[in-house]
Design a protein around this ligand. Sequence first.
Ligand code: V07
Length: 258
Amino acid sequence: MLNKLNPWKSQNQPSSLRDRKIQIQSQEVPSHIAIIMDGNGRWAKKRSLPRVAGHHEGMKVVRKITRLANELGVKTLTLYAFSTENWKRPKMEVDFLMKLPEEFLGSFLPELVEENVRVTMMGNTDQLPAHTLKAVKKAMVDTKENTGLVLNFALNYGSRVEILQAVKQVLNDCENGKLDKENLNEEVFSSYLMTSDLEDPDLLIRTSGEIRLSNFMLWQLAYTEFFFTDVLWPDFSEEHFIEAVEVFQSRQRRFGGV
Ligand SMILES: Cc1cc(N2CCCCCC2)n2ncc(-c3ccc(F)cc3)c2n1
């Protein structure tokens, strides 16, 4: 029976965001969602603002999407916050970016603790400024007993570096007898990666219309569904996130075969 208020909407088409959230939760929610949060500089340029204004606006979206992911029952949310290539950006921009973790945590950590979110990071900490690392380490300590959403920040992360570090460690362990190369398989190799205690992402979201992986989780994304959107990260809303999950779920239904 058609909905009299909106004859073009079928009765079972959820209308409000609330209805769509309920519908999503009635099906399999992607356990691990990874996001390449792209488009911050372009967002600022469109408004004749400095690039760092786009990064700052993008940080507010991190808070909003973290809340929503936790609400929907997502187990792990991995966010590509700073890549190994980002060091090539102007010093002023890098210095600003390296202050965002403490700004974000300074205002949002109490809520993360309250909401049972566990903060983790992946990446090489050796190049991070001490003030950045101090803030992230505090958040990881303060939330380590939490059992809800794992909020995993990729910080000074690059997949090729990660894979090379894993290969070197495998070689070392084979040389020192800790690992028999006959036993080396995908599962054992995965245990040498920075994501050793995480499941592979079920869904990757990339914003701003770029269609590439940019040296992000190249091993882990082997079987991941990709959702690309032209929306710039600072404009990425709850609606956009819900749409990505709905598309994921529609694909699962189509290819759900045995
Ligand atoms: C470097 C950087 C950049 C950064 N952006 C804001 C989001 C858009 C993408 C780039 C800029 N955000 N947003 C949150 C964090 C963060 C990192 C670690 C942590 F424990 C808590 C928060 C962050 N870190």
